[in-house]
Design a protein around this ligand. Structure first.
Ligand code: FEO
Length: 388
């Protein structure tokens, strides 16, 4: 249990050991599930809960806080890492009402079987008084589910933002101290789950821009007592601007594709273009996603396996398609032995992307002088786009 401000406590759990989220996203620095108690002069609110394996920590912290009742349990988001312990809390505090919006309520009923009579349904902009403290609900959908909202604690100027502005970072520091470290973790978090929703995030930032915010208290990672730091970071990530940077993500079986990649990377560097090269075998997809946030372009390089793309390249294409980065162009290069549909397959997997698709370069077997010439031409085409 940690004090945020007088009568405002963080009672969630730090998960130092978690290595993977959603059985998909690597967590190199663990994570936390932040939950908060706000004690008003008349009513007490618990804001979000924790992932079910951490329920004991949550309950211990609530008991240690000294509160004897919970009047309102604010549920910002139905995903289980924040709502999965609601049924346990309701068992111990049966008079608590779950305060949430209609969408989240329906999801909580579907996911957790919470009884309909346990809910108070709120609207966007609605306020709830705790006596000397006021909670104002601000709907901030698609960060990263459709039901998500935030709560602004008016008197203390704290925005409880749930996943919005969060970071997967286990730390004993309640507030951000090392901004560079948190920037990296928050960018990874944005890249992995927020990036497909740039449009709604633009609207959500607009919606909170006039709030006087002293603290942003997300439900993962550290709290921001200099909120401008993370708001400015989000503004940069959601902008249309890209950096002078190309991701070259490759897999190679017998070395032909790797030779092409090495040649292209060298040709790009000679043209003063920043390159992030990834061997897709064993890659941390979080690192790949981080670079997608602001890379101008992506080159996928694959050999041909059983007439199609290598599965590792297909997975990377699937990821680009799902995360919808703001990248301006995409290119496919690689090699084949006796034929195949590698390029068509990768292009098919990139169907959601509105990026320009550059001319593919596919070598038959080992790359030869004409292939290297084509790679020079590709580097030149990329350089032209970066000059723009
Ligand atoms: Fe942290 Fe979308 O749950």
């Amino acid at each position: 249990m940690r004090q945020v401000r007088p009568n405002i406590l963080e009672v969630g759990a730090i998960d130092w050991d978690r290595k993977l989220f959603d059985e998909l996203i690597p967590l190199p620095d663990g994570t936390s599930y932040n939950a908060y108690i706000v004690k008003g002069s008349e009513k007490i609110a618990l804001i979000d809960t924790v992932d079910p394996p951490k329920i004991e920590t949550l309950i211990t912290n609530i008991v240690e806080s000294g509160i004897k009742k919970i009047d309102y349990l604010i549920s910002h988001h139905a995903e289980q890492d924040h709502s999965g312990s609601i049924p346990n809390v309701l068992e111990i505090y049966p008079d608590a009402k779950v305060v949430t919006n209609e969408k989240c309520k329906n999801m909580l009923i579907d996911l957790m079987g919470i009884s309909k009579d346990k809910f108070i349904t709120i609207e966007d902009g609605q306020e709830l008084s705790l006596g000397d403290k006021t909670l104002k609900f601000i709907f901030t959908p698609w960060v990263h589910w459709p039901e998500t909202f935030s709560t602004y604690l008016v008197e203390d100027k704290i925005l409880f933002s749930c996943d919005f502005f969060g970071s997967h970072l286990a730390s004993s520091d309640l507030f951000v101290i090392d901004q560079a470290k948190v920037y990296e973790s928050a960018k990874r978090y944005y890249a992995e789950i927020m990036m497909p929703f740039r449009g709604p995030i633009v609207k959500n930032l607009e919606k909170i821009k006039d709030l006087d915010i002293a603290i942003i208290a997300p439900s993962h990672g550290q709290l921001y007592d200099e909120p401008k730091f993370i708001i400015d970071a989000y503004k940069k990530w959601i902008s249309d601007e890209v950096e002078n940077k190309v991701i070259v993500a490759y897999v190679s079986m017998h070395g032909s594709t790797k030779k092409m990649v090495e040649y292209l990377v060298d040709a790009l560097i000679k043209r003063n273009i920043g390159v992030k090269q990834f061997n897709l075998i064993g890659v941390d997809i979080g690192k790949l996603a981080i670079e997608m946030v602001d890379a101008a372009g992506i080159v996928l390089a694959s050999p041909t396996v059983l007439s199609g793309a290598h599965p590792a390249a297909a997975q990377a294409a699937f990821l680009v398609n799902a995360l919808r980065p703001k990248t301006k162009y995409l290119a496919v290069i690689g090699s084949f032995g006796w034929g195949g549909r590698m390029v068509e397959q990768l292009k098919g997997l990139l169907a959601n992307s509105s990026a320009e698709i550059l001319e593919p370069i596919i070598a038959k077997g080992e790359p030869k002088s004409e292939d290297f010439q084509k790679l020079d031409k590709l580097a030149e085409e990329i350089a032209k786009r970066h000059k723009k």
